[in-house]
Design a protein around this ligand. Sequence first.
Ligand SMILES: Cc1ncc(COP(=O)(O)O)c(C=O)c1O
Ligand SMILES: Nc1c(O)cccc1C(=O)C[C@H](N)C(=O)O
Length: 373
Amino acid sequence: MTDPLAHVRELFDLADDVVYLDGNSLGAPPRAVAERLDDVVRRQWGRRLIRSWSEGWWEAPQRVGDRIGRLVGAAPGQVVVGDSTSVNLFKALVGAVRGTDRSEIVVDAGTFPTDGYIAGSAAELTGLSLRPADPDDLRLDERTAVVLLNHVDYRTGRLLDMAGLTERAHEVGAKVVWDLCHSVGVLPIELDALGVDLAVGCTYKFLNGGPGSPAFLYVPSAAQPGFRQPLTGWTGHREPFAMAAEYTPDAGIGRARAGTPDILSMLALDAALDVWDGVELADVRAKGLALTARFMELVRDLPGIEVITPADGRRGHQVSLRHPEAARLMAELIAGGVIGDHRPPDVLRFGFAPLYNTFDEAERAAKALEELL
Ligand SMILES: Cc1ncc(COP(=O)(O)O)c(C=O)c1O
Ligand SMILES: Nc1c(O)cccc1C(=O)C[C@H](N)C(=O)O
């Protein structure tokens, strides 16, 4: 295919002697980040000192949130950036079930561990039970307060049907929280249009925000007045600088904030998001499907390999291969300059980031694996 994103790779600081296929865990650095951080540290922090809080720092969580909103189909004022995905999951789940007369939280059984752990804790603290369930057989009913689902499964790369599952939850009066860690920046997402209740996601994978860059939380405008999240830190207060004794939440998405925002990471993410300017998610999606299809075609028949990522369009931008010696194979691939990762016990993962990965890289990686086998 002709690649409408070919020029975007130049915006990244990537060495040509490495085939980097782990952007689904830690995205590559956009060149603009180092430059921006230099300005933030030397000029904003260094010269403007504390004045910088009123020169853009304080509002950064909402401003950067709106930039992510564009990528997930959320109108402005509904996404806030800060804290980790784990912390935002806790805010979302407790906020979703507080005051409910329903009795269970449902989580997809194969979830990324942190989601299951946090859901367990949220259930225990709110007196609900936690029920892990297969996304193909969720069995939601009037007992279900909320269901937490991963849009793209971290292990297999399978993409769930957000529209259908959101509708199913709503049919029984349950809420749905979507974890978008492996789908934000991968495909067009329509949170507002689908009536999603809450969503979280991390920014260090396909959004390339850098190691530990802050996560995001989506709370639709209509739900904000009733959203009572448990971490009532002062920055979520309606008038934080009034230093009032009583907590009064911000009227809008600001109530989803907790403590002081991590400005260095936040502004690194802000700079990283510049690579999306002028990029169409439809192009990203088309290239991601083509890259993963090409790689799957090349590795499908290799000895001992089982492709566990769906071959139809229901996948994100990673290819997962099962092999009994996955750990050894990945270590050898990495030693040879092809960087993917291994998830226990026997899964090799290869993430394709359409903004910077090329078809030539898909072929080089497949060739390297073939030679090892
Ligand atoms: C689906 C999913 N949820 C959550 C996380 C991480 O959460 P946190 O940002 O708290 O480390 C990851 C990856 O680390 C993930 O893959
Ligand atoms: N967040 C990570 C980290 O701090 C260190 C190593 C890996 C990660 C990851 O993001 C793992 C990733 N969520 C996964 O899908 O496995």
